[in-house]
Design a binder for this molecule. Sequence first.
Ligand SMILES: [Zn+2]
Length: 411
Amino acid sequence: MLDTTKNTTRLCRGCQGNNLFLAIDLGELPISNELLLERQENVELFPLALYMCADCSLGQVQDVVRPERLFRDYRYMSSMSSTFLAHAKSFCESMLDSGLIGTDDFVVEIASNDGYLLRNFQNLGIRVLGVEPAKNISSISESLGIPTLSEFFSADLAMKIRKENGPAKLIIANNVMAHVPDIRDFMKGLSILCDSETLISIENPSIVNILTENQFDTIYHEHYSYLSCKSVEHLASIYGLTLIDVELIAAHGGSNRYWISAKPQEKTQRLRESIRDEDLIGLSDPDKWENARQLTHDSINQLREWLLHVQQAGQLVLGYGAAAKASTLLNAAQVPRDLIPSICDRSPEKIGRYMPINNYEIIDFDRFIQMKPDHILVFPWNIEKEITEQIAPRLPDAQVWVAIPNLRRVK
Ligand SMILES: [Zn+2]
């Protein structure tokens, strides 16, 4: 029996308007983070198409799969990447250095993962609380002594947290709003945890990069929503909150860090400029997205042609990084298994599993080295440098490639 419900959303999840248009269509794909214990011929597929709201510039995938299905077996662990760890540490330090947070304050992080960010605050004696629905990951955080609720964040849960702990000085929600089906309830929950001094920091890949950098591989079923400054501004205003600033940061290949205040404040100049830029690039212009669809199509064809060419030359291509991006790219391009038989990953939880549809085997680093690939296709292009540095000393002759925005050799 399936535990899945398909919904066809006709209204914008943010502003609830009905002015949606098709932006990118990737066909029918498997759930990107669901890795198989053994080879399997038939896996469930779900349509994956990005729609844009012409009114508030929120992107959303139209056919949703319920979060209980998507996150029941979530294998992503932040602490596996040194780039993310450094990013988290510098974020905490800057909050203290700027005086926005003091040692008497209370910090809540939603989607706290294995506690990689909160432990920086906790080490400084600051009271923290994590919310992380994936039990296998929240238990790691708990075992490190970081108080963690293993539940989905909602307005109801926010009420409980507020009752037991009082308001938060800082609420962090990094790379989570995209994964929430009801983002209105989520924003309402944030507002419940606020008093007049609260700041909310929301980090998320910017939808602008899908349009301008061809980052279609960041579209997957787990990402219900694709945020922009305009959509966050609108959503915050519904619950009496004000978007006051945005920082453009390098994480995940170009993310926005939105700063929302419980107290009305002037927008910073860079926020005003970012909102203007979103209009200038045509984020809610169907013609601009038609160009993006063509680019996506072209880069998928380019990847397939290259893989066939390399195979005909008798050379081996292996993948690196069994991330969701890999699943979207390989399946949107319908890459047969004989073109990329295996994908290396450093996470013990992924090794030995198979990525659908074509049962790409996930192997450990030693086996990857033993197989002596001629070419390595790095899927998490956002941490390509870190990966190339790890690989290069062991496979000095291998060529390293990324496929986004276009196929390109990086070593
Ligand atoms: Zn909208």
